[in-house]
Design a protein around this ligand. Structure first.
Ligand code: TYD
Length: 145
């Protein structure tokens, strides 16, 4: 699958750095929810699901984490360890997160409210569903800004 990274513009000066996330400028969807993971134990695997109708942008604001992503065409590994790099997680992509550094703060922006019914938590069921999936999606590619 294609890995879609979004380069986020850093506004730095002698006081430090700042990054802004804005709908349609560097986030290619309407932001309805933001959540973040922290204090994750180093041997933990999180995620292990796909979403039927949820697009997200993940940023490791601090520390590092590894993503395994699979859109049905085979797994890809992505390390997120830079607060100026976003990773687009489109709908119908299986994701697992692991190798969290002790200091990792993983922030996720989402285009829908939390909905447990949107989760596919069985990998085999995901594979069956993604292979029969004809939805083309409506989230454009994002070049960052
Ligand atoms: P979970 O989906 O298990 O996290 P992950 O898939 O990243 O490992 O979520 C952990 C708990 O947090 C679970 O009880 C559901 C709750 N939760 C919310 O209440 N709102 C949210 O937006 C999310 C993502 C999770």
């Amino acid at each position: 699958m294609e890995i879609e990274r979004v380069q986020l513009q850093m506004h730095g000066d002698n006081r430090g750095m700042l990054i802004a996330l804005e709908k349609d400028r560097n986030v290619p969807f309407e932001i309805r929810r933001v959540y973040y993971l922290f204090s994750t134990k180093c041997d933990v695997h999180r995620g292990m699901h796909a979403h039927r109708n949820l697009n997200q942008l993940a940023v490791s604001v601090r520390g590092s984490v590894t993503f395994l992503l699979d859109d049905g065409e085979g797994p890809r590994k992505v390390v997120l360890n830079d607060p100026s790099q976003g990773l687009l997680l489109r709908r119908m992509v299986w994701r697992e997160m692991y190798d969290f550094s002790e200091d990792c703060v993983l922030m996720v922006l989402a285009d829908q409210f939390y909905d447990p019914a949107d989760y596919i938590t069985d990998y085999d069921a995901f594979m069956r569903e993604v292979r029969g999936d004809t939805y083309m999606g409506d989230v454009p590619a994002c070049q960052g800004r």
